[in-house]
Design a protein. Structure first.
Length: 297
């Protein structure tokens, strides 16, 4: 009898999303958390140039740290290869000076690269808020006010693109000012959609985005912004969201660290990213809390 019930449950789980009455009764069971910003709001704490330069700085450091695995890319970009060879040489010399030895081939973890580049590292852990689940903490270093501290990963949906089934019971839907949605859920259907789009857009050896945010082994240590919890009366916001359109001239070899991808490949437009910027100085051990969030029924 128990085996029969489990079999029926599996069949129902595969069918219920096509069952209109079930959808109608369950749509409001779990409210989606969507960001709301008035259209007149100036959503810029720091300039787009600062965002661009910070991302380049971190991504270049990650690329150089993982240089031995980039041969298939650099073979197709001889000019870029020469530029990075110069940077690698400088990094190796600096490493020898700092360590007073010749272990210049040491490969750092992405978190260590972030600390060495921007002076801080962050990680996911149990939130200090009761029943909030996962949160994001500063594990090392100090973060000054006005610093890009994280990115919001996920599939980017433009207006009127299908996100109905992905949104059911999904607390990771982020809404931009212009109505663009970013699905930062790393599980279930959302996970499958992101991976499908990622493999669709790969150009030979060039990965156009980062899939590692779907796993526990992050290649881009900034890609944890979907787990930053909303502020409360006890925990004031110390970061806010800022939208950023990736320019066409973004280095192709560094796109492998972008944790976003567009759902529809046919529409020509810039890739939308969302970064989190600090509203005040943040010390080691503090949890990140966002603002400009509201619950939409």
């Amino acid at each position: 009898a128990a085996a029969m019930l489990r079999s029926l449950r599996r069949r129902w789980d595969g069918y219920k999303y096509r069952f209109v009455p079930w959808l109608a009764l369950n749509l409001r069971r779990k409210r989606r958390t969507l960001r709301y910003v008035p259209e007149s709001s100036q959503d810029k704490i720091i300039s787009d140039e600062d965002v661009f330069e910070t991302l380049l700085k971190v991504f270049k450091a990650l690329f150089i740290n993982d240089f031995s695995r980039q041969a298939h890319i650099l073979a197709l970009l001889p000019e870029i290869r020469c530029k990075y060879m110069e940077l690698v040489t400088v990094e190796q010399k600096q490493s020898e000076v700092n360590s007073c030895n010749h272990q210049s081939q040491h490969v750092f973890s992405p978190e260590e690269v972030l600390f060495n580049t921007l002076g801080f590292s962050i990680t996911r852990d149990r939130s200090s808020l009761v029943s909030a689940g996962t949160g994001v903490f500063v594990t090392k270093g100090f973060i000054p006010k006005g610093t890009l501290v994280s990115m919001y990963p996920g599939t980017v949906y433009r207006k009127h693109e299908p996100i109905f089934f992905q949104s059911l019971g999904n607390p990771f839907i982020f809404r931009c000012i212009d109505g663009i949605l970013i699905d930062g859920n790393d599980r279930g259907l959302s996970r499958s959609v992101y991976r499908s789009c990622s493999r669709r857009d790969q150009l030979g050896p060039f990965q156009m985005n980062d899939e590692s945010w779907l796993t526990s082994a992050l290649q881009n240590p900034l890609a944890v912004g979907q787990y930053v919890n909303n502020c409360s009366h006890e925990k004031a916001a110390n970061v806010c969201y800022q939208e950023f359109d990736v320019p066409e001239y973004f280095p192709v070899e560094l796109k492998q660290y972008l944790p976003n991808i567009v759902y529809s490949h046919e529409i020509e437009s810039h890739l939308r990213c969302v970064v989190l910027v600090t509203l005040r100085d943040i010390k080691q051990g503090e949890e990140l809390f966002s603002n400009y969030y509201t619950v939409v029924n």
